[in-house]
Design a protein around this ligand. Structure first.
Ligand code: ZN
Length: 188
């Protein structure tokens, strides 16, 4: 094993998941992950996120979120939360916020795609999707908020402000999404 095997190259995690590593790089990375908890954890987090986004985006019914969407997000958030008071407190909190932000933006993207690519959906279907979405969004918001509140309350003042801002940004994205849906409904 040469010296480079000991170094963390976190960008390899994404390359690994995208299947972009060379055969030699792949072997080196897999060997490194076995011995490095930082990279192993990064791999776990990114793989989980990919799964969540894949399920949300690739579902044939385009915008019917999976039934356990809120549970998956909450479980992964709580999983991160349980480790938050250890060494990488700030980094983990930030990463969780990024995940929540990505999900908000992901929802926004999926909504845009549904509206742009599928403009011929019937009014009935749109109305049904809208009501499903509102219900789902509400359920997600409640579970996400409960996780965030538990995270925000014991956090340090600076971190608390950041978390609140991210939470508000997520809410903003969600309301934007609902407005877009309403507009689509009116057009049809
Ligand atoms: Zn490493």
């Amino acid at each position: 094993m040469d010296y480079t095997d000991k170094l963390c190259q976190l960008e390899n995690v994404a390359a690994y998941l995208d299947g972009e590593l060379t055969a030699a790089g792949l072997e080196r990375f897999e060997q490194h992950v076995k011995e490095c908890s930082i990279c192993a954890n990064e791999l776990r987090v990114q793989r989980q996120l990919l799964c969540t986004l894949d399920v949300a985006f690739n579902d044939a019914r385009a915008f019917d979120l999976p039934k356990n969407f809120a549970r998956v997000v909450t479980a992964s958030a709580e999983n991160d939360l349980s480790m938050i008071r250890h060494r990488h407190e700030r980094r983990r909190a930030l990463k969780l916020c990024v995940v929540l932000g990505l999900i908000s933006f992901g929802l926004l993207g999926a909504a845009t795609r549904t509206i742009v690519v599928d403009p011929l959906r019937s009014l009935f279907h749109t109305a049904r999707v809208l009501s499903d979405l509102l219900f789902q969004a509400l359920a997600d918001a409640v579970s996400t908020a409960s996780v965030l509140v538990r995270m925000i309350v014991p956090a340090q003042p600076g971190l608390r402000l950041l978390l609140m801002l991210v939470f508000l940004a997520s809410l903003f994205c969600l309301s934007l999404l609902i407005v877009k849906y309403r507009r689509a409904q009116i057009i049809e």
